[in-house]
Design a protein around this ligand. Structure first.
Ligand code: CA
Length: 227
């Protein structure tokens, strides 16, 4: 049974989520505040944490940092729509993904399954060697992109960016993370580098670069590869 630690102070939302999760055979522990969350995380060793960022006693980002001190448990953040700065801070602190309130239960369950699956896959597989989409494929060993049977010429910077995204399918990668990995800088002002390079990658790989299907922008947050 997959065990979920639900950290949320809204009792109505807790009730609805507990009913829905238990109906799908998840084991659920609920914590109404940060202190309880940290205690339960240590005592119950959940498989995934659903974390509301707005809690009465602690900042959600501090809970993520505390958990990341000793645990790699996937953390899915529940956050209000307006708070994109908050979501970025949560992702940079080590959260795996976020769902914006109000969310549909189906969306939440899909993200939950994806987060759990990523950790289940991780210890066994060394990662994919070939990433294939309907329009192009990426050979991570040969470091090549192939589209319509032809090699796509990529600069080392384009390749580095693409490699990070395609090796984390479905996962939101923050601007800060990409800037740090590819350019070694974390200044948010350098996000125009990212826009330029992502536009180039889309021109080279996407069938309709202005309506990308694979290299998705999450405005103000980062990028996601949908395989
Ligand atoms: Ca709250």
């Amino acid at each position: 049974m997959t065990r979920v630690l639900l950290v949320e102070d809204d009792p109505q939302l807790v009730r609805a989520l507990v009913i829905n999760l238990q109906a799908r055979h998840y084991g659920v522990d609920a914590a109404p505040d940060g202190a309880t969350a940290l205690r339960l995380a240590a005592a119950r060793r959940p498989d995934v944490v659903l974390l509301d960022l707005g809690l009465p006693d602690m900042d959600g980002v501090d809970i993520i940092k505390a958990l990341r001190g000793w645990s790699r448990v996937p953390i899915l953040v529940l956050s209000a729509r307006q708070a994109s700065g908050e979501k970025v801070a949560a992702l940079d602190a080590g959260a795996d993904d976020y769902v914006t309130k109000p969310f549909s239960i189906d969306e939440l369950l899909a993200r939950l399954r994806a987060a759990v699956r990523r950790t289940e896959d991780a210890p066994h597989a060394p990662g994919p060697l070939l990433v294939e989409t309907a329009d192009f494929s990426i050979d991570l060993i040969a470091k090549k992109a192939i589209r319509d049977g032809q090699d796509v010429r990529l600069t080392p910077t384009e390749w580095h960016l693409l490699e990070i995204l395609v090796t984390h399918p479905g996962r939101l990668i923050t601007q800060k993370h990409l800037l740090q990995e590819v350019w070694g800088v974390s200044q948010r002002s350098k996000t125009n580098y990212l826009r330029v390079y992502m536009a180039q990658l889309r021109r080279k790989l996407e069938t309709d670069p202005s309506h990308p299907r694979y290299l998705i922008t999450e405005p103000g947050m980062g990028y996601r590869f949908e395989g």
